[in-house]
Design a protein around this ligand. Sequence first.
Ligand code: UTP
Length: 287
Amino acid sequence: MKVVLPAAGLGTRLLPATKEQPKEMLSLFTEGKDDQLCVKPLLQMVYEQLYDAGFREFCFVVGRGKRTIEDHFTPDKSYVELMHEKGKDQLARELDSFYEKVKNSTIVWVNQPEAKGFGDAVLKAKSFVDDDQILVHAGDTYITSSGSDHLERVREAHKEYDSEATLTLQEVENPQKYGVVEVEEASSNVYDVKNAIEKPEEPPTNLAIMPVYIFEPSIFDALKQTSPGKGNEIQLTDGFMKLAEWGRDIRAIKLKEDEVRWDIGTSETYWEALKGSYEYSEKKLSQ
Ligand code: UTP
């Protein structure tokens, strides 16, 4: 299964910080090597989590002003050596471990020339995907679960139910801000998605779609036929609802209560993510 990581959005809600710096490169706290607190770009955290869960083929969708992402994901051996020379061995090991993962991965960079929406960004990855299944993960959200169990559950559910798409859901207090679904329980913890609406004014449920999905390649046909929706952008939600219109099965798993989501899309959620990731890492380091 290949991974598509859209990171080409404008990040306007975090301006001016995101004028010349990609939102996805803003950092959170995490546990580093040698039990040290570490500051890491969110996109690196997402990539490493997926790598540790066994994924090796990645397509980053980027656009203008995103060159630092490409630079960050290009190993810099001389810098690692310089860190060793300066006696900063722990930092050198930290970088080296990331670079090892990069070297063991296939990473493809795809350009989204205009930020026409999350769905459009996924569509841009079509030629990378061929006939494979894809896991799509937003570049501005990190989900933490014990042993990345949520990735395993979404993969398992997709395989077991032979669905066309499998979504990840979370119960939230403010569903108006999300894509929201109506579901029926198919079996314990796997749901049949009956309807999905992007940022509804009157949400039918409090089940919000989290940006971790698995799709069959048919998602590209659906996205090609999807017109711009909310915000005049091609929405991935509208894309997979087209699959449902065509009679294909869309299913979902739900995050558990102790599975935490950090989203850095707005100043408020970025602050929550900073606080949450600091507390979470400190707790893990003290165990
Ligand atoms: P958002 O929906 O938060 O949009 O993107 P945005 O454009 O980055 O931010 P605002 O609304 O202007 O503040 C969710 C994820 O989808 C990617 C983003 O980079 C982010 O990782 N994305 C979004 C794209 O790759 N292309 C797009 O056209 C839109």
